[in-house]
Design a protein around this ligand. Structure first.
Ligand code: PGA
Length: 258
C-alpha cells in the first residue's frame, strides 16, 4: 500500500529559531502515524539544524528548491548534492518558481534528473493558471509540464516520483479560489492516464499524486477522499503547527487505518 504524504511547504517563512520552536510544539501534537508520511519543507537555512532536531520516524525533511548542477561557480545556488543526507524530498517546479524565477519546462526537467542523480525523491509540482483554465487548456498544460519533466527518467524512476497537482488559481497566495474536489478528480485522472500511456499502468498505480491549493483542516478530507489522491501539499495552513497537526490527524482518520 502507498504511504500517504502530507507536505508542509513553509515557503520564505519561519527563521531558524521559529522553525525549531514550531517543531518542538508540533511534536507534542502528532503521534507517529502508520501509513502517513509527514514532510516539512523549511527554508534552506533551517534544514540543517532541523535535521538534528526532528524525530525522523515522525517527520521527513524536504527542500523547496535546488539547482541542477552538482557544484561549480553558480553564485547563490544550492545543489541537490549538498542536500544529500539532509533531506529525503525536494519540491521541484513549484508555480512560484516557474512564475517569479522563470523556471521553464527544461529547467524543471533538469532539476528532476539531478534530484534522482543524487538519490533524492522529487515532489514535482504541476498546475495551470486561471487564464489557462478558462481557455480550456488545463490538459495541454498538464501534459506539457508532465511529459517534459519526466522525459529523462527510466520507468523505475518514474515509479518513485511524487506529483503535486497545484492549480495556480487555487493557491492561497494567488488569492486562490477553493477548488471543488470533483474538478481536481478530473485532472488527477488525466495525470494517471498520461503516466500509464507512457510507462504502463503498473507504474501509474505506484506514483503518488498529491493535491495542493488552499488546503486546510476543513477541506483536506474532501481531497483525500478522491480516487488516486495520495496526500496534500500545504502552504499557508502549514505555518501554524496546530493547523498542520489537525490536517495530519484528519488525514489519519481517512487514510491511516487502511
Ligand atoms: P497554499 O499553498 O496551501 O497556501 O494554497 C500551496 C502551495 O503553494 O504549495
Amino acid at each position: 500500500m502507498k504511504k500517504n504524504l502530507i507536505v508542509a511547504n513553509w515557503k520564505m517563512h519561519l527563521n531558524v529559531s521559529s522553525a525549531s520552536i514550531y517543531i518542538n510544539r508540533f511534536n507534542k501534537e502528532v503521534p507517529v502515524h502508520r501509513n502517513i508520511e509527514v514532510v516539512i519543507a523549511p527554508s534552506f537555512l533551517a534544514i540543517q539544524p532541523l535535521s538534528l532536531e526532528v524525530d525522523h520516524r515522525k517527520i521527513k525533511l524536504a527542500a523547496q528548491n535546488a539547482y541542477f548542477k552538482d557544484e561549480g561557480a553558480f553564485t547563490g545556488e544550492v545543489s541537490f548534492t549538498m542536500l544529500r543526507d539532509l533531506v529525503k524530498y525536494v519540491i521541484i517546479g513549484h508555480s512560484e518558481r516557474r512564475l517569479y524565477f522563470h523556471e521553464d519546462l527544461e529547467t524543471v526537467r533538469d532539476k528532476v534528473s539531478a534530484c534522482y542523480r543524487n538519490g533524492l525523491t522529487p515532489i514535482l509540482c504541476i498546475g495551470e493558471t486561471k487564464a489557462e483554465r478558462i481557455a480550456g487548456e488545463t490538459k495541454r498544460v498538464i501534459h506539457d509540464q508532465l511529459i517534459t519533466a519526466l522525459s529523462n527518467l527510466t520507468a523505475e524512476e518514474v515509479r518513485g516520483i511524487v506529483i503535486a497537482y497545484e492549480p495556480i488559481w487555487a493557491i492561497s497566495t494567488f488569492q486562490g479560489e477553493v477548488a471543488k474536489p470533483q474538478d481536481i478528480q478530473r485532472v488527477i485522472d488525466f495525470i494517471v492516464y498520461q503516466i500509464s500511456e507512457l510507462y504502463g499502468s503498473k507504474v501509474a498505480e505506484e506514483v503518488r499524486i498529491l493535491y495542493g491549493g488552499s488546503v486546510n483542516p476543513d477541506s483536506v478530507s474532501g481531497y483525500l477522499a478522491l480516487e488516486n489522491c495520495d496526500g496534500a501539499l500545504i502552504g499557508g495552513a502549514s505555518l501554524n503547527y496546530l493547523e498542520f497537526a489537525k490536517i495530519i490527524n484528519k488525514a489519519y482518520l481517512i487514510r491511516g487505518k487502511e
